[in-house]
Design a protein around this ligand. Structure first.
Ligand code: NI
Length: 419
């Protein structure tokens, strides 16, 4: 059945179409533009008569959705102490049920903030995939991999099995990739093994690179390129300490950088050379990282920070303008995962859409849309979010799940985790 959303404002490039409509068929935008006169056999979706602006659903290019139970854990600690003494010991206690529930909670927060796609790195993929399948988001799910434990080999095998079983399922909403944690938790031999497998399967690689200062002299991106790590679609999170040579490698191998300004600031890792990467033509996208290093899953906040911190850092008010931050959160994210039919509102694209309440006073009067969204907007301006033409968030509710039951089960397990 054809669906239609009528009488809305639509963000088209950098301007607004007033009195617009979006027609959706089989999860795809089949028509979009100024008011439609062909409404035969269509199901009108109700947006409660509000003044609404439709924008592309946002793409969270780096997160760990299974970490919802670790929100606030280890706040304000030094990076190494935060990771090795707080986060990892807690993670060892998480079971498949808790990962499932945490992924549900994280998706609620993302959907509530207009995010429709996320790129994940975590463990227990069966639980994550079950949660994504039920909730209705689009996700690139990568198994966190490291070879410093007895499990070596098993994790990669599990990742390959998950790829074979789930890649392309849920009407194409679920993609499986590979998530080698970082060069400091993966040996070169292990990285090569992962790179070879990912290349053979043509799968995404999602890795943390040069996040902290300690890593700045441990390896070069050229060395990683030489073992074949960048021969497949790759998202490198952070790259805070990427030097000029590293940036050239990113460009040469078309590696996308997931910029996580909140996380880098909170963990005191610093400010990534994003303006330089942008000038060099590197594809930069935006991520939230996890709720224990951010602590929220809101790309409005990341867009704002991205535009602000690079101006401050470079002393150049023209650095990372709002239009660039907005692209990082939308179309650049689509480029990063190599999916050409998301990140824009156009005919033929998947109907992944966020709807903003234009009367929210912080956005009002919303005359300069991109500038207002980036500098004045926040996640709470979103009143509905859809993926493939289905609402996953709708006026305070999550139509596909039982929110109360999930929160209750989550709390029961949460209390035990910290006992
Ligand atoms: Ni991360």
């Amino acid at each position: 059945v054809k669906k239609i959303i009528d009488n809305i404002h639509i963000l088209k490039d950098e301007t607004i179409i007033e009195n617009g409509f979006i027609e959706i068929e089989d999860g795809i935008i089949s028509n979009i533009g100024e008011s439609s006169n062909n409404k035969a056999n269509t199901l009108a979706l109700d947006l409660k008569g509000k003044r609404i602006l439709a924008i592309p659903g946002m793409i969270n290019s780096h997160t760990h959705s299974g970490m919802a139970a670790l929100k606030g854990a280890g706040d304000d600690l030094p990076f190494e102490q935060w990771l090795f003494q707080t986060i990892i010991p807690l993670e060892e206690q998480l079971d498949d049920e808790m990962i499932y529930l945490s992924t549900m909670i994280s998706q609620m927060e993302m959907a509530r903030n207009g995010i429709t796609t996320f790129v994940d790195m975590y463990m227990m993929l069966d639980s994550i995939i079950k949660a994504v399948d039920e909730f209705g988001m689009r996700a690139y799910i990568c198994r966190g991999l490291q070879d410093d434990s007895l499990e070596d080999g098993q994790r990669l095998q599990k990742n390959i099995k998950a790829y074979e079983k789930y890649h392309g399922t849920a009407n194409g909403r679920i993609s499986v990739g590979f998530g080698p944690h970082s060069p400091y938790l993966c040996s070169k031999e292990y990285l090569k093994k992962i790179a070879d497998v990912a290349q053979e399967l043509n799968a995404l690689i999602h890795i943390h690179l040069k996040e902290s200062q300690k890593e700045s002299h441990q390896y070069t991106f050229r060395e990683l390129a030489n073992i074949g790590l960048f021969n497949t679609q790759t998202i490198a999170a952070h790259c805070v300490y990427a030097d000029s040579d590293d940036i050239q490698v990113l460009k040469e191998f078309n590696v996308s950088v997931a910029h996580n300004p909140s996380s880098n600031l909170k963990l005191a890792n610093g400010i990534a050379p994003i303006e330089k990467m942008h000038q060099e033509g590197v594809n930069v996208c935006l991520g939230t990282d996890s709720v224990s290093s951010n602590n929220s899953l809101d790309l409005f906040k990341e867009m704002l920070l991205a535009s602000l911190i690079h101006k401050g850092e470079t002393k150049d008010p023209q650095a990372i303008p709002a239009t660039v931050s907005f692209k990082m959160a939308t179309s650049n994210g689509a480029n990063a995962v190599g999916q050409k039919n998301i990140g824009l509102l156009e005919k033929g694209m998947r109907a992944d859409i966020a709807f903003l309440d234009m009367d929210n006073i912080n956005l009002f009067p919303l005359i300069r849309p991109i500038s207002n969204i980036v500098y004045s907007g926040r996640g709470s301006d979103v009143i509905a979010t859809m993926v493939d033409g289905d609402f996953i968030y709708y006026f305070g509710t999550y139509p596909k799940i039982n929110e109360e039951a999930i929160k209750k089960q989550f709390m029961e397990k949460y209390v035990k985790l910290y006992k």
